[in-house]
Design a protein around this ligand. Structure first.
Ligand code: ADP
Ligand code: MG
Length: 594
């Protein structure tokens, strides 16, 4: 068959295969750090040291006190698809280790200069093996501590295209730290020490629990504000902490999920948190939470992503419901008021009042020289740590659970209610609070069937476009369930015969326009779950004209009592806080008493 051309397809040599695989597994120094720490954890280490140079590009060294490897295993460790964690296909059904693909060391060895030393527990001597971009050296006996040390230098020295994709040293280092901190938070029981060019970056001791690790990593303001979650459903266990909505951020760097001690980013879990904070958080802000799930390994598939960052759950719906329910309860228990302390800090930033120059070692000096943005984050930590080492509790009691009692109340500018507390005072926004109460009331009525409407003697006429009139007519039944009774009135107007009874002094024209526009924009029926919430928001907003109302003391008391009776009176329906609280500690600080 001489007319057949020679084969153009060839099986790739091992090194090329490994370099291609490395593209998926090892994208940057942080991915090497992750794979190496995971190996140490799989080996049962209780202490892991990580040393870095030039953001991990020049050096990543990971040393552990785990099980170690014998000489024969050392040679196999660099081969691709060589693993001690998996034997047969069925094992993929219940993976309990972090690694299992047997690809990391082969990939790393193909794109860096690697030195691997290991001494198995109880062995007299260890062994050492080098791998320079796929060229494996000779196995040699060597002395050293029990456990494993892997040293990786000049990442991507032989794949310059990949090296060009690396970012600045600071960026790469930041990613390495993020990986280390996530793994450290996920693994209480294991000590971590990380350095960069000899400088200590981060450490946690073996005995520290999750909350202590959060404190060490992100400071005591956050750690102190956390509310614990703990729930169980069969073999599924949820535990961890959620932070109050006011500590939410623009990024999700402090949103961590751990599944069987594996840190992961998962769309389902992100949605769970979004739902748990619904109504308490302004759109676009990311809640802060540290949550750990333990699930029977057979109920989750971790083999869907080369970096193992995503997983697939077997019974998603049930999991979702369970998680949202318990997390929402914990979120509601957080303190949602704006701490007066943060107002003082922002007043100080604006120069409204400046702290008097205090003694040379006074904490205020530590932040008056810092840039404004950094100060907001750093100030509370600096201040607290220097207060004699003892953490200062800025809000000893949560007014959310404080009885209304007979504490004096008064009104400021017909807009704010000031209320004395045992350990300070709080200022409430009467409009925001009333809006929340109206909203919750409407929601309850709707849950029971329909919102009661108040009929007008003379209908109000609202002019609309013809298309809008048609929409109003089409959805008249659903609108009536929402307490809005409308009927066409000629070709370009509707007559409003009734509005929600609970919505006192509502502006019917504005409300009908809002609702019709919502249906128009969203293109969904007003009975859809999402639209309902929005319609209720508008109704509450349009009818809560309480800013500017003079209230008697008994009216104020009634408003607060109503607030105490609903799911949460700490934020308005737009998720803005309804109150600001000043503790005695805040006042003492403002008056330079401390
Ligand atoms: P995987 O972790 O998927 O098995 P790796 O390429 O990361 O694949 O590692 C290959 C094998 O080398 C592991 O299965 C394990 O037996 C061994 N190994 C790697 N790192 C260590 C370590 N730090 N301590 C003990 N054994 C290790
Ligand atoms: Mg591994």
């Amino acid at each position: 068959m001489s007319h057949l051309a020679a084969a153009r397809i060839a099986v790739l040599p091992e090194l090329v295969k490994n370099q291609i695989a490395a593209g998926e597994v090892i994208e940057r120094p942080a991915s090497a750090v992750k794979e190496l720490i995971e190996n140490s954890l799989d080996a049962g280490a209780t202490r892991i040291e990580i040393d870095l140079a030039e953001g991990g590009v020049a050096l990543v060294r990971v040393r552990d006190d785990g099980s170690g490897m014998g000489g024969a295993d050392l040679e196999l460790a660099f081969a691709s698809h060589a693993t001690s964690k998996l034997r047969e296909v069925a094992d993929l059904e219940h993976i309990a280790t972090l690694g299992f693909r047997g690809e990391a060391l082969a990939s790393i060895g193909s794109v860096a200069r690697v030195k691997l030393f290991s001494r198995a527990r109880g062995a007299i001597l260890g062994a050492q093996l080098e791998n320079e971009g796929g060229r494996i050296g000779a196995l040699r006996e060597a002395g050293g501590p029990e456990g494993t040390t892997i040293e990786l230098r000049d990442l991507f020295f032989n794949t310059p295209a990949r090296r060009r994709f690396l970012k600045t040293t600071a960026t790469e280092l930041g990613r390495c730290i993020d990986v280390i901190q996530r793994l450290a938070l996920a693994n209480p029981g294991v000590g971590f020490v990380a350095t960069h060019e000899g400088r200590r970056l981060f450490d946690v001791e073996r005995e520290m629990n999750l909350q202590e690790r959060v404190r060490r990593t992100f400071g005591s303001e956050l750690a102190q504000a956390l509310v614990a979650v703990e729930a169980r459903d069969g073999t599924l266990r949820l535990s961890g902490f959620v932070a109050p909505p006011r500590l939410a951020r623009n990024d999700s760097a402090r949103q961590m999920w751990f599944l069987n001690a594996r840190p992961l980013r998962d769309k389902l879990l992100t949605r769970v948190l979004k739902d748990a904070y619904r109504g308490f958080l302004v759109d676009g802000r990311q809640p802060v939470a540290f949550l750990s799930l333990s699930i029977d390994p057979a109920a989750v598939d971790v083999n869907v992503h080369p970096a193992k960052a995503e997983v697939r759950f077997r019974d998603e719906r049930r999991l979702f419901g369970f998680l949202v329910h318990h997390l929402r309860e914990a979120v509601r228990a957080t303190d949602m008021s704006t701490p007066g302390e943060s107002l003082l800090a922002s007043a100080e930033r604006r120069g409204a009042w400046a702290p008097a120059p205090a003694a040379a070692n006074a904490p205020t000096l530590a932040w008056s020289s810092a840039p404004a943005a950094a100060r907001a984050e750093a100030a509370p930590i600096v201040v607290r740590e220097s207060a004699g080492g003892a953490p200062v509790n800025l809000r000893a009691t949560s007014a959310a659970c404080e009885p209304l009692g007979a504490s004096p109340l008064f009104q400021v500018a017909r807009t704010y209610i000031v209320r004395a507390l045992d350990d300070g005072f709080e200022i409430l926004d009467q409009h925001a609070l009333h809006e929340r109460i109206t909203f919750e009331g409407l929601k309850r009525e709707l849950d029971r069937g329909a919102i009661e409407s108040q009929r007008f003697l003379v209908p109000e006429i609202v002019e609309l476009s013809r298309a809008q009139v048609a929409l109003a007519e089409e959805h008249a039944g659903a609108l009536e369930r929402l307490g809005l009774v409308v009927a066409p009135f000629g070709p370009a107007a509707v007559a409003v015969h009734g509005v929600p009874a609970r919505a006192r002094r509502v502006d019917p024209v504005g409300l009908v326009r809002d609702v019709i526009e919502l249906i128009e924009q969203r293109g969904v029926a007003p009975s859809s779950e999402k639209l309902l919430e929005e319609v209720l928001h508008r109704t509450a907003c349009r009818s809560s004209v309480m800013a500017g109302d003079e209230l008697s003391e008994s009216e104020m008391r009634a408003l607060l009592a109503q607030g105490a009776g609903i799911e949460s009176d700490q934020t308005c329906v737009h998720a803005r806080p309804t109150r600001v609280r000043f503790s005695l500690a805040d006042l003492e600080k403002a008056f330079h008493r401390r």
